[in-house]
Design a protein around this ligand. Structure first.
Ligand code: AQP
Length: 350
């Protein structure tokens, strides 16, 4: 070994950096858990993870201030309960880091309107609103800022977020093209099973926080065992009897129940179908799915209830996360401002 090798041992390769976010816009549900949060917890050892409670995103639709404040904390508690470990991951609240809003504005000025008007989520959510605010349209630009500020390599999300991720990539490439190499172009990581959990009352549409107040729509992560049993018993199916995965829209309800079962048990599609070969109909399917959901969510709910009893500790954890995230984001946004030609006086440099 040369002298240089012994004094400067090779640096281990940087672990891929992961960033993902969740809106504190209501009760977290089984779709959030299977499509996102469960995977977030699983990758904490192999990747460098940042997880963000995106309250700036939540106000793109109307929120009650006190409720939003409560939901921000309860979302943090639910993430910790579901296995996000603040020793291994950086967990923080988006509005605690000013750089997100600053970077969003800069991106807004390089993003063509047509890119935003194409977004499916904008079209769906704006249909549900009586009056549509501009923030709903620019939502994916803020999302690009969340991701690109931290040079994230990977973004684990449910299938519904694929299109937004494409837009983040487009914005990164456009900025790099206009101002020179600045941002990592991230990639979406979508789980094979559970990527899109559909509403139990309406399997044509995804399970959604903002609809979780609708009776029979969602399994909420804090639901009791009985509430979970009731929600699954009521799940919409069809008039058939065959328990198989299917792309037929008529059979979307059964497909959804099998997808939930598969995402929890981590079995192959064949093994899942074999488990129901002797079932006597959809009633048996619903009962079995309810039991695996209950077993999966019970420890999460119990830990959540425990964490919610100590808000000071919760705030302390979020403070530590914000400090770590701020150090990264402030440095990056300073470099971005420099590139676009802002004059930054010394006292404002990080
Ligand atoms: N139904 C779903 N199936 C699988 N994954 C889902 N996700 C959301 N719904 C499903 C994933 O959860 C993560 C956090 O989502 P979000 O907070 O950004 O909310 P969202 O995608 O807008 O969906 P919600 O939870 O239904 O909230 P509202 O109603 O407020 O829009 C993301 O990774 C998402 O893919």
């Amino acid at each position: 070994m040369s002298q240089q090798d012994s004094t400067h041992p090779a640096q281990p390769p940087r672990r891929p950096r992961v960033l993902s976010g969740i809106q504190p816009s209501g009760h977290l549900h089984l779709g959030n858990y299977l499509g996102a949060v469960k995977r977030w917890a699983q990758v904490q050892d192999e990747k460098e993870c940042l997880y963000c409670i995106v309250d700036l995103h939540a106000i793109t639709v109307e929120q009650e201030p006190e409720k939003l404040r409560h939901q921000t904390r309860s979302t943090a508690a639910m993430l910790l309960a579901a296995g996000i470990d603040p020793q291994r991951s950086t967990l923080f609240v988006q509005s605690h880091i000013r750089a997100h809003a600053e970077c969003c504005w800069i991106f807004t000025c390089i993003t063509p309107l047509g890119w935003l008007e194409r977004m499916t989520q904008f079209k769906t959510k704006s249909r549900r609103q009586q009056s549509v605010q501009a923030g709903l349209l620019t939502y994916p630009v803020l999302q690009a800022a969340d991701i690109l500020l931290y040079d994230a390599d990977e973004v684990p999300v449910g299938d519904d977020q694929r299109q937004h991720l494409e837009l983040s990539r487009d914005i990164a490439q456009r900025f790099n093209h206009l101002y020179g190499e600045t941002f990592v172009v991230p990639k979406a990581v979508v789980p094979e099973a559970g990527a899109r959990v559909m509403g139990l009352d309406d399997p044509a549409n995804k399970m959604s926080k903002s609809q979780s107040h609708v009776r029979g729509h969602a399994v909420r992560l804090e639901d009791s065992d009985d509430e979970i049993r009731r929600a699954l018993r009521r799940a919409v199916t069809d008039s058939g009897r065959e328990i198989r995965f299917s792309d037929d829209p008529e059979r979307a309800g059964v497909n959804n129940l099998l997808t939930i079962y598969q995402a929890i048990t981590d079995k192959s599609r064949e093994a899942v179908e074999a488990d129901f070969a002797d079932a006597r109909g959809y009633g048996d399917l619903k009962k079995t799915v309810a039991e695996v959901v209950i077993e999966e969510l019970r420890p999460v709910r119990e830990e959540y209830e425990h964490l919610m009893k100590d808000p000071a500790e919760l705030d302390r954890q979020l403070g530590i996360g914000a400090e770590r995230a701020r150090a990264l984001a402030e440095t990056k946004v300073a470099a971005v401002k420099e590139k676009v030609g802002f004059w930054v006086p010394d006292e404002l440099k990080p």
